[in-house]
Ligand binder design. Structure first.
Ligand SMILES: [Fe+2]
Length: 272
């Protein structure tokens, strides 16, 4: 689906989001943005003093690393979190102004311990279906449209084909109140209930955290780089570990300070 010139989801994108619980926004990031964002993340990977920069790193191994609390590390990563073509779309599905709740990135490649033949036995290899909130709490209907107060934008900074670890989702699960384990088991028993994203570098997956989603095991030899921002209304707090220092906030242009700091708090500007 092509994103239109005007900033807002097209009716087709919004319908896709409401029915399936996600929409893939193609070609949001240009080549220059992709290179600068990837460059910052690879510098981060080589940086031995991340603690001093308030960045957290988890699950570090030969083939995988996750970073979090990224925005103060490099301007390119801040630009992604405050991206003018993405934040308005997030606000549309949250239903009002948002704050940054977390920023994370993953650089990974195929786990050499996993037999390739094992990974080819199944069509999809989700590594851990989960959701951050569920329908009934954290979601609401407003003017007949689905909304969620916890929304993510996940950017693919590398091309992601069928074997390259695209995000797996259970389409439609964002609107269900089923026990999540029951839903995951049911979906895993029939491939038709799962969708795996394929995307070109620069595409962004917009989804509510009420959608059940998972990383997928990589089967190719390609390295995958993804960059994720999470957003909530401003009175909701950041995910622990994603606190942005007041000193950094002061260096920001005034128009993005509330987005990065959550300073609007209960003065929530609704879109309705
Ligand atoms: Fe997640």
């Amino acid at each position: 689906m092509k994103n239109s010139e005007t900033i807002g989801l097209t009716p087709a994108q919004r319908l896709h989001f409401d029915i399936y619980g996600f929409v893939l926004l193609e070609n949001v990031l240009n080549g220059d943005e992709i290179e600068r964002m990837k460059g910052a993340l690879y510098r981060m990977k080589a940086d031995e003093d991340l603690d001093a920069k308030s960045v957290y790193a988890r699950g570090r191994s030969e083939h995988h690393i996750l970073f979090g609390n990224l925005v103060a590390y490099d301007p390119a990563l801040l630009e992604y979190a405050a991206h003018p073509q993405l934040v308005p779309l997030v606000e549309e599905v949250v239903g009002g102004a948002v704050r940054l709740e977390e920023s994370e990135a993953i650089i990974n490649r195929r786990n050499p311990d996993t037999e390739l033949s094992e990974l080819h036995k199944r069509r999809y290899n989700p590594t851990g279906f989960h959701r951050g909130t569920q329908h009934g709490w954290g979601t609401y209907m407003e003017q007949n449209k689905f909304h969620c107060i916890f929304v993510k934008t996940l950017a693919y900074l590398t091309d992601v084909g069928p074997d390259d670890g695209g995000t797996c989702v259970i389409p439609g699960s964002h609107r269900l109140t089923w026990d999540h384990k029951e839903m995951i088991e049911a979906a895993l028993s029939d491939d038709k209930l799962i969708y795996q994203v394929e995307a070109s570098a620069g595409s962004v997956l917009l989804f509510p955290e009420a959608l059940i989603h998972s990383t997928t095991a990589i089967r190719s030899d390609k390295e995958r780089v993804i960059l994720i921002s999470g957003y909530t209304p401003p009175m909701v707090r950041e995910w622990p570990g994603n606190e942005v220092s007041p000193e950094f906030v002061e260096t920001l242009p005034e128009d993005i300070r509330p987005l990065i700091s959550g300073s609007d708090s209960w003065h929530w500007k609704r879109r309705y």
